[in-house]
Design a protein around this ligand. Structure first.
Ligand SMILES: [Zn+2]
Length: 280
């Protein structure tokens, strides 16, 4: 087994793409599933609607509020089940957000996520312009909401990332000696839907240097070549791992928490295994 290697291919506020080398497919899938379902984030879980003149039912507004992504601080807050408090109003596991809007204009008015006032300035919606509801003139909405930490295993609103997937690292072998230099066929068939071959020398198609970044392993170049000069495959134990976030957590926090959860799971497994051994 080759040692674990990790390269950052792309990193921005909302997207992280890594090349991960040296772990099995089971392992990378375990990491993917932990990131997707077990990294805790904040979301509104309880809503008290004191006034609602809008055309939407209370339940629809509550559902919308629950789905607003909130910036999360994992250093301060605990999951309610891990908190030693008695429940309501605890500053270690709960944040309150309020929204009071009266439409004093002469037209309809949109209420956005930015109208939610949080009692912790660090726990606020990631975007101020997520629409919640529209109200008519002279109408009023008063809402009290409580956000808590949770995991997506319980409800998707607590999902730390918006999209996550990995794919095999493409490896295409082009055998120049087998190539019959029939560019007209290659050119006609266009060989690759992602246009990863360069036909500029009019003789032999040349594979672009960074083809692996966009190759979808569709096999069309291998299938289209009558001379069997192209072999499409992938590198063993190497993946392109892509994570997209709506901004609730920084990527490094997501990764750190993922490994914490992973190690907890291994400890729990060992503990349970030992208990079984003692019993038998
Ligand atoms: Zn608490």
């Amino acid at each position: 087994m080759i040692p674990l290697k990790l390269d950052i291919l792309e990193k921005s506020e909302h997207k992280l793409v890594l090349v991960v080398e040296g772990i099995s497919v089971e392992m990378i899938n375990a990491l993917r599933r932990i990131i997707l379902t077990e990294v805790p984030v904040m979301a509104i879980d309880e809503v008290i609607i004191l006034k609602n003149d809008s055309p939407l039912y209370d339940e629809i507004i509550s559902h919308r509020l629950g789905l607003i992504p909130l910036k999360t601080d994992l250093d301060v807050y605990k999951l309610p089940r891990e908190c030693e408090c008695s429940g309501f109003g605890c500053p270690l596991c709960q944040v309150s957000l309020t929204c009071e809007v009266t439409n004093t204009t002469n037209a309809s008015l949109d209420i956005y996520s930015g109208d939610l006032k949080s009692n912790d300035p660090k726990i606020v919606p990631v975007d101020d312009f997520i629409p919640i509801v529209k109200i008519d003139k002279n109408d009023k909405v008063i809402i009290e909401a409580y956000a808590i930490l949770g995991i997506a295993k319980d409800h998707v609103k607590w999902q730390a990332v918006s999209n996550i997937f990995y794919r095999f690292y493409p490896q295409i072998d082009f055998d120049d000696s087998k190539c019959a230099k029939c560019p007209e066929k290659c050119v006609v068939s266009r060989l690759c839907p992602e246009k990863l071959y360069d036909f500029s020398n009019k003789k032999t198609p040349r594979l672009m240097d960074e083809y692996w970044k966009t190759c979808t392993l569709c096999n069309s170049c291998q299938n289209d070549c009558p001379e069997e000069a192209i072999k499409v495959g992938w590198k063993d134990n190497t993946y392109i791992f892509s994570i997209e976030s709506d901004g609730v957590l920084e990527f490094d926090v997501v990764m750190k928490k993922t490994f914490e959860v992973f190690l907890e799971k291994i400890d729990e497994f060992v503990e349970k295994l030992e208990a079984v051994e003692i019993e038998s």
